[in-house]
Write a protein that binds this ligand. Structure first.
Ligand code: SAH
Ligand code: TYD
Length: 407
């Protein structure tokens, strides 16, 4: 039985997706024969309620000098982080010469707002290519993995932080205890650690199983986050549900007994308990929903392409789509190519099922009959700009919250 990364309890996996490649490892033609695969399984520890990956590839295999995810490819995400940064500046940057640190700062999507406002800031970003983009924008960045040791070095050079932020990062880190000890050391006594990640309740409710891949080690809920930070004498003091990434939660953490705790924390925690998040059944049901979603999707794609002879193109070479294509066995016999706006993904092949990734114009120059919406979490942004595809008679296929053709 695997051992919980949070509390060392033993737990049993509730779902297995078989072997999977590294989700963001888009391949050059000469790399197609040398892929790494691992067993993708998830379990819930019923002692601390943390839902987690059973096996994790090494961090260096995922985060390196050729990391495929550039945060700023989504205009809505740029706006999301701008709005957030403005609220942080207004509410929390009141001390004389405040210092803001961000973990997983990527291409500077968030910190550029602090840099532009002349606020002292530092990004920690181990993936060199995206860190370089931020550095070129004038954002102070250390290219390394954050942990307890690095926190000490940051303090030595900069002093303690008023605010530490992390978006879609904490859930990526299996050595999370070292990261939280680092945060605890680096954060001023009255500071806040504010982080956001995809929320377990949304994943369960939407059967968005494509959130499950190598980088996402943890699937947080209020209960598991509370347990985790209490182990480090820190406290969850407030929460804010977010629409981004298909449903996320923002968590506000403070040193123990330093801030009042919002009633929202207990309300949401009670809601989770009422939904059955603390017992096995809901996860077993999720497994059944995932299996149904898989068979519905394969059936639809086969009907549309093999029986009706229609062209299907994937929209957005997301890391999430690696789970979908590999688990459902979707390859070029069903999907012609995947279009994506990220230059470094173009001309490559998607991990595992080797569907070519092509520039966006290949989609718009010759619209397919159906677009399989792999970037469903950006649906609003995409629908707003794809009127012409719709006018050309094109239809969208989605699988979240259920498999359907959007009319
Ligand atoms: N915050 C951005 C990027 C999220 S992707 C956004 O929300 O869009 C996750 C990022 O975390 C990657 O850029 C990865 O390189 C970085 N990362 C992974 N492990 C890390 C660690 N230990 N410390 C800091 N960043 C880390
Ligand atoms: P996203 O869903 O944010 O991430 P993940 O990799 O975490 O699953 O990925 C967005 C991807 O979709 C990225 O490769 C860029 C691409 N994309 C487009 O091609 N066009 C668009 O309009 C948008 C919003 C994204």
């Amino acid at each position: 039985m695997p051992t919980c990364l949070i509390c060392n309890n033993n737990y049993a996996p509730f779902i297995s997706f078989g072997t999977m490649p590294i989700a963001n490892n888009f391949l050059r033609p000469d790399q197609l024969d040398e892929e790494y695969f691992f067993e993708l399984q998830v379990g819930i520890c019923l002692n601390c309620y943390m839902v987690q990956l059973v096996n994790q590839p090494s961090r260096e295999m995922m985060f390196h000098e050729d990391y495929a995810y550039y945060s700023s490819t989504s205009v809505r995400q740029v706006i999301h982080f701008k709005n957030f940064a403005e609220s942080v500046i207004k509410d929390y940057c009141k001390s004389n010469n405040p210092f803001v640190v961000e973990l997983g700062s990527n291409d500077g999507i968030m910190l550029q707002n602090f840099a532009n406002a002349g606020i002292r800031h530092l990004g920690i970003e181990p993936s060199k290519n995206v860190a370089q983009v931020a550095i070129k924008k004038g954002i102070n960045t250390i290219c390394d993995f954050f942990d307890e040791k690095l926190a000490m070095e940051i303090i030595k050079d900069n002093g303690m932080a008023d605010i530490i932020q992390a978006a879609n990062v904490l859930c990526h880190i299996p050595y999370i205890h070292s990261v939280i000890e680092g945060i605890k050391t680096l954060l001023k006594p009255d500071g806040f650690f504010i982080f956001e990640d995809p929320y377990m309740v949304d994943i369960l409710e939407k059967t968005s199983y494509d959130q499950i891949y190598d980088e996402h080690v943890f699937y947080f809920s209020i209960s598991s986050v509370k347990f985790l930070f209490e182990q480090h004498n820190m406290e969850l003091v407030d929460i804010k549900p977010l629409k981004v990434h298909g449903g996320s939660m923002r968590y506000f953490i403070a040193h123990k007994c330093k801030k009042s705790v919002s009633s929202r924390v207990k309300e949401q925690s009670d809601k989770e308990s009422g939904m059955g998040l603390h017992s096995q059944t809901i996860y077993n049901n999720f497994k059944q929903n995932v299996e149904k979603s898989k068979s519905d999707l394969i059936q639809l794609l086969k009907y549309v392409h093999l029986e009706q002879g229609k062209r299907i193109v994937g929209y957005g070479a997301t890391s999430k789509s690696t789970t979908i294509t590999n688990y459902c066995g979707i390859n070029t016999s069903l999907v012609e190519f995947i279009c994506d706006t990220t230059p470094s993904k173009q001309g490559k092949f998607n991990p595992g099922t080797h569907i070519p990734v092509k520039p966006y114009h290949e989609f718009s120059d010759n619209y397919p009959d159906y677009a399989l919406l792999f970037a469903w979490n950006h649906a609003e942004e995409i629908m707003a700009k794809e009127g012409k595809f719709h006018e050309s008679g094109g239809k969208w296929i989605t699988y979240v919250p259920k498999v359907q053709v959007l009319e």
